[in-house]
Design a protein around this ligand. Structure first.
Ligand code: PMP
Length: 356
């Protein structure tokens, strides 16, 4: 890349990108998409109404400060406005966090395998990724992560539950880890799937943020709230961090549609969390069925399950696609499968039965 334009940063050379003009493979029009951890339920009528009303002002820029949404979040979580920042999905906020804290010569620590965006956004910033392998049980190795922190570490991501394994870290081990992190190192608790957690030992990151100035919580409207296509996420963090996020935000990055839909979703939270409850039941059904078929599946606290397939991964994903469900393969490792509508999950379970 720097060969064609010496002004482009060398770090960008190794970063994968989508191919312009080529839609992401979707397995044909009839396929169920279980590859992106989306919510299978369509938007609530009230949420659609709020979006339709907002559409009348398409000729205007959105409210840059996301005032209504910020106020709603402030009430909902009991945090001051100065401790909040919104962004274009939580991945957008994560990118801003790195941009605000790390650059060339700095290090960003995270577990691996984990959310695929971490290496990409770290590389974009020019900072260095320090990947700490998951335990053999596919859980964060928090002791090893604490050991990996140096005086160059600016940021640590803890993905809880972890994407793609669905595994969690519990209160005691997380507190012990946080005690070991230096005060000038920011710990980002990425809680994109928080609402799907049923394990009572998993702490709410917002409670940890209240006690610790170097903890920042990332949440999203994309999963439990079903607004993945509208791109809105947010951070709860102490003042200097939240202010840095507001400074690094793309101006007008959260559309008015997204803001209104997020507000309407927070107001319809009971109904949306009821849907989450149904998906959690489906998760239990899928995991139980897989185990009954003889698969070893880690305990998932998210809206997806992780199936280790090693060298058979790509063939398995192709068999799924053939059967009518699209899953997410990680070549040589395994597949991540979203818990979707019952019919989609049934198709997936037929493939696993045949494959075992
Ligand atoms: N964090 C994790 C762990 C995720 O899996 C995802 C989405 N796949 C995100 C953040 C980003 O979600 P969004 O940008 O849609 O809020």
């Amino acid at each position: 890349m720097s060969e064609t334009n010496p002004k482009l940063r060398a770090e960008l050379a190794g970063i994968p990108t989508y191919k312009p003009g080529k839609p992401a493979a979707a397995g044909g029009p009839a396929a169920y998409k279980l590859s992106s951890n989306e919510n299978p339920y369509p938007p609530l009528p009230g949420v659609l109404e709020s979006v339709t009303a907002a559409a009348e002002s398409f000729n205007r820029y959105p409210d840059m400060a996301c005032t209504g949404l910020m106020n709603e979040l402030s009430d909902r979580f009991g945090v001051p406005l100065s401790h909040l920042a919104t962004g274009t999905g939580s991945v957008g906020v994560a990118q801003q966090l790195i941009q605000a804290t790390a650059g060339p010569g700095d290090e960003v620590v995270y577990a691996w395998r984990s959310f695929e965006a971490y290496p990409i956004i770290t590389q974009i910033s020019g900072a260095t990724s320090v990947r700490v392998p998951l335990t053999p049980g596919d859980v964060h190795d928090l002791d090893a992560m604490a050991d990996a922190i140096t005086d160059r570490t600016r940021l640590v991501f803890v993905c809880n539950p972890n994407n793609p394994t669905g595994t969690v870290v519990r209160r005691e081990e997380l507190e012990r880890f946080l005690d070991r992190v230096p005060a000038d190192c920011l710990v980002v608790l990425d809680e994109a799937y928080r609402e799907f957690i049923r394990d009572p030992e998993v702490p709410d990151g917002v409670e940890l943020y209240r006690e610790r100035p170097n903890v920042c919580v990332l949440r999203t409207f994309s999963k439990a709230y079903g607004l993945a296509g509208l791109r809105v996420g947010f951070a709860i963090a102490h003042e200097p961090v939240a202010a840095a996020l507001r400074k690094t935000a793309v101006p007008f990055g959260v559309s008015q549609l997204a803001q209104e839909a997020a507000i309407a979703s927070l107001r319809a939270e009971d109904e949306l969390l009821g849907r989450v409850g149904s998906l959690v039941c489906e998760r239990t059904r899928v995991v139980d069925a897989l185990r009954a078929q003889g698969w070893t599946v880690p305990e998932s606290q998210a809206n997806f399950v992780w199936l280790r397939l090693g060298e058979r991964t790509v063939d398995f994903a192709a068999a799924c696609e053939q059967a009518g469900v699209v899953v997410r393969p990680f070549a040589g490792e395994g597949v991540r499968v979203t818990v979707g509508e019952a019919e989609a999950n049934d198709i997936f379970l037929k493939v696993t039965e045949a494959f075992h």
